[in-house]
Design a protein around this ligand. Sequence first.
Ligand code: PEP
Length: 253
Amino acid sequence: MRQPLVMGNWKMNGRRSMVENLLKAVMIDVGDLAGVDIAVCPPYPYLGLVTDRLAVNGIVACGAQDVSAYTDGAYTGEVSAEMARDVGCRFAIIGHSERRTLFGETDEVVAQKFARAVAADLTPVLCVGETAADRDAGRTQEVVLRQLSAVFKECGSGAFTRAVVAYEPVWAIGSGRAASPEEAQKVHRFIRDVVAQKSAQAAAHLRILYGGSVKAQNARELFGQDDIDGGLIGGASLAGADFVGICRAACIG
Ligand code: PEP
């Protein structure tokens, strides 16, 4: 049985006061939830603050939104996976579509970041997913396979032994138009099958999250699909009640 994971990606939002308030709301309201893992990914400047606060309740974990493809050294502006781990992160989002499209991250760079996260003892959350144009051209599986293959090439056949994959169709992110549970399930199944070709055991344990316009209202049906093991949540993770509602929808206990 794979325990669901719900992860909030706060992106480049918030100030110290918002971070404090959001954390308080989430930490109080998730107290009674069982059978779900929860994590939040604040902007870098707030990572230490968040991990300090979260250490008190021990229920919610912290993740970085990205890590450098390099280890420590003369790389101005970069934040290494080791640093994220050192301040208490357990996860790192890798290859979010905003990093790929806005900051030019190639599949190869994403794979290097994935490797750095694993080496630093972080659990990488690899984001994969097709654009609207890819989807319209019937290229969803081809794109997802290419993105997964780059990680296998860099990290070997055991790459997903300790990792999470997030299927995030680019057209669904922030659009208010989530994939239907059936269409998301189809891609999640495909992802698990691709991983199973390298390692049946890794595939069986791999948590595959869905991301793209998840709300408390559509979460239960999405998370009810066989191969959907929780969600990566953008916009709705910025409101405590909405995020907790999504976490509640993922509860199996
Ligand atoms: C995201 O950016 O990872 C995301 C899923 O965003 P949203 O939930 O706002 O669609």
